[in-house]
Write a protein that binds this ligand. Structure first.
Ligand code: SAM
Ligand code: SF4
Ligand code: SF4
Length: 341
């Protein structure tokens, strides 16, 4: 008798959403102190430099294999600043070959990319997102908490292209009155480069950035401003649940993205989980508590994935949908630098 091939049955949460996408922080430390994420006045210089609490590469591999077994096919490495994690290419090589993971990406501030791009590409990484909020040298330095040089990031982008990375994503968080004037120069700089510039609305993540709604520049406003200078038109999503709304220049010089994390909610299609560098699971960007997973890795791949499936099926998060309603705002949210955006 022929064996009957069964489609995998992946767990869904209480709102019917499967888990497809994992953001994994490999380090909680960062060499920048961006005011919207990790303000220098609030986070000491030596924060996160104790490596003992971090998952080891063996633990990370078991963890990712467990996630892949319950449906995760997209994995993004993040931080803190992931390029500060020692021997990162070695980890990338291990994760790139895990069955089921067909999309491995990394988000970085780009400051150390020129040093690491070639090794990361050789290890099997193919997708890179680089954060870049300003082209102006002085403003960039200020926005990075006095720690970053825009020239390092631009050299990192060049090095990534030389290493073989194609169509990078460049993420810019726009804050009213801070870097609004960088929007058009950034569009001009990346138009025709083959890279995709994406504007992200400034979010009320964490507790230390002092977020106020008035500081958000909505995607709609940015789109209108850009459209006064260039002819752009919407393009369809690459896949269901894609968070960036895509636009292309009608003259064929490329594409832009807008992530409306505040002005529009995409909880209905949220198939994403996050794990901090010390192995805590967060089922929403705005969660206050994480569930420790480290102790459960000893269950092995199968036992661990059963445990994950049970956790995921209890999930009901939809913070963005409820934003503004009293109950949604618990007052305490995990910091972005712990779960990587
Ligand atoms: N350090 C890396 C970097 O900056 O690319 C990776 C981690 S960082 C937390 C990931 C992303 O989160 C960055 O693109 C950053 O701009 C974004 N981010 C941090 N705080 C944010 C906020 N309050 N609102 C919107 N995006 C934010
Ligand atoms: Fe560091 Fe990235 Fe947060 Fe900036 S956004 S402080 S680079 S983790
Ligand atoms: Fe997903 Fe939470 Fe963001 Fe909604 S608010 S899209 S559930 S991470």
């Amino acid at each position: 008798m022929n064996a009957v091939l069964q489609a995998p049955t992946w767990p869904v949460d209480r709102r019917g959403r499967p888990l497809r996408d994992l953001r994994l922080s490999v380090i909680e430390a960062c060499n920048f102190r961006c005011g919207y994420c990790m303000p220098a006045e609030q986070v000491p210089d030596d924060y996160g430099l104790d490596s003992a609490a971090r998952l080891s590469f063996d633990e990370i591999e078991t963890l990712v294999r467990g996630f892949a077994r319950i449906g995760v096919n997209k994995l993004r490495l993040t931080g803190g600043e992931p390029l500060l994690r020692k021997r990162l290419p070695e980890l990338v090589a291990r994760l790139a070959t895990i069955p089921g993971i067909d999309d491995l990406a990394l988000t970085t501030n780009g400051s150390l990319l020129a040093i690491h791009a070639a090794a990361l590409h050789a290890a099997g990484l193919r997708r890179l997102t680089i954060s870049l909020d300003a082209l102006d040298t002085g403003l960039f330095r200020t926005m990075s908490g006095g720690r970053g040089e825009v020239s390092d990031v631009l050299q990192g982008i060049d090095a990534a292209v030389r290493a073989g990375f194609q169509s990078l994503k460049i993420n810019c968080v726009v804050q009213r009155g801070i870097n609004e004037d960088q929007v058009l120069p950034l569009v001009e700089h990346f138009r025709g480069s083959g890279h995709v510039l994406r504007f992200i609305e400034y979010m009320d993540v964490g507790t230390c950035n002092g977020w106020q709604r008035g500081q958000v520049v909505t995607s709609a406003e940015l789109r209108d401003r850009i459209a006064r200078h260039w002819d752009i038109q919407p393009v369809g999503a690459n896949y269901r649940g894609e968070v960036a709304k895509r636009y292309c220049f009608t003259d064929g010089t490329g594409e832009l993205g807008f992530v409306s994390s505040v002005s529009e909610s995409f909880c209905g299609d949220c198939h994403r989980a996050r794990v901090s560098a010390d192995g805590r699971l967060f089922t929403c960007l705005f969660a206050s508590e994480g569930t420790p997973l480290r102790g459960k890795l000893a269950l092995g791949e199968t036992g661990f994935s059963d445990h994950l499936g049970a956790l995921w099926s209890r999930r009901a998060d939809r913070y963005s949908e409820l934003r503004g309603e009293r109950d949604a705002v618990s007052g305490r949210h995990v910091e972005m630098f712990l779960i990587g955006g």
